[in-house]
Design a protein around this ligand. Structure first.
Ligand SMILES: [Zn+2]
Length: 339
């Protein structure tokens, strides 16, 4: 008779551990049975109640291996990770956590975290690596699969007119998830959700009845995932080309803009030159000769302000230049009077 006080997982923790172990007898793999708290090395031989020594076993196996080590054949290799994830998920509402050195520590007043003899959260061995919280495991428990399918359905609901799966269809989808593992299923689900259901190229049958198709043709959706990725690639390529073209257009329009500005400056310089003799001493001395040119100045100014195109600006430029030349010629008629 052992004198050690025998601890054990409580009614909150035990079902989580059973789920993490795949909800089957770790010894014979039987799943539709009531599980007993089993030990790999019998407790009475001095082993501990630590997670690696605990196993869910059926009554038959437990009885059969009471005295010696129980062969563990059906416990998933990542059962500790799965347990950590599941346990954390169930506890989260009652917990606060902080991370350090890549581990997530839990500070809790929860009674369930009082299984300190079993779960030493501050111990690196049992501490939960951050990467585990983001689920590195590809295997899905049924409950995880249910949750994923549930969120898929919720997302699909927002994306009507998808028919919403129910009853047997939903169960089949959950089965698919468990059967194919997380990565493959999530990939297909992503493709499934990404399909533009109003897409003209999409077969009517798919648009009409996509959930049964999901069940019947998992590969269809794996393909649609590829179609989706191909579409994304094509869209990216098209956007890049579009941008290149737009840049070209912008460059051209900037060049055109610069040309316009230069032309306007040139025309306005000519006009300034034209205005020069119309002021000051020159104006006083040659008023009679300059009057017709002065009268045209306002007109030129208005033409320049109105000009928008290169041709219009060029026209103003040339007209003013010509007028300037004839003004100079007019003034030259009597050189003595030019200032
Ligand atoms: Zn068994």
């Amino acid at each position: 008779m052992s004198t050690r006080k025998r601890p054990s997982l409580d009614s909150f923790t035990w079902p989580i551990f059973v789920e993490a172990c795949g909800s089957r007898c770790s010894c014979c793999g039987e799943s539709n049975v009531k599980f007993e708290h089993g030990h790999v090395i019998p407790y009475r031989l001095g082993s501990s109640e630590s997670l690696d020594n605990l196993i869910p076993v059926c009554r038959r196996c437990n009885a059969k291996h009471k005295k010696l080590e129980t062969p563990v054949t059906f416990r998933p290799a990542d059962y500790l990770e799965r347990f950590s994830i599941l346990f954390l998920e169930r506890l989260r509402p009652q917990l606060s956590s902080y991370t350090a050195n890549g581990f997530c520590y839990l500070i809790s007043s929860s009674e369930h975290a009082e299984n300190k003899h079993v779960i030493s959260w501050r111990n690196a061995e049992n501490g939960i690596q951050n990467s585990l919280i983001t689920r590195s495991s590809d295997t899905l428990t049924r409950r995880e699969a249910e949750r994923i399918v549930e969120s898929l359905v919720t997302a699909a609901r927002r994306k009507l007119p998808l028919p919403i799966p129910y009853g047997p269809t939903k169960t089949s989808i959950i089965n698919l998830a468990v059967q194919h593992g997380r990565k493959k299923f999530e990939l297909a689900a992503e493709g499934f959700m990404a399909v533009d259901w109003s897409m003209p190229g999409m077969p009517d049958s798919v648009q009409r009845d996509c959930w049964p198709q999901f069940v019947d043709g998992f590969n269809l959706f794996l393909r649609s995932g590829e179609v989706h990725r191909a579409n994304v690639e094509r869209r990216k390529k098209r956007d890049a080309e579009e941008k290149l073209k737009q840049d070209e257009v912008n460059r051209e329009s900037r060049a055109r803009e610069a040309e316009l500005v230069a032309k306007r400056v040139a025309a306005s310089d000519v006009l300034k030159r034209y205005a020069q003799p119309l002021t000051g001493k020159s104006w006083r001395l040659n008023r009679e000769k300059l009057l017709p040119f002065a009268e045209r100045y306002k007109f030129f100014e208005a033409q320049l302000a109105k000009a928008r195109t290169l041709t219009e600006l060029q026209l103003v430029h040339d007209t003013v230049s010509q007028a300037y030349d004839s003004m100079q010629a007019r003034l030259a008629d009597d050189p003595g009077e030019v200032a």
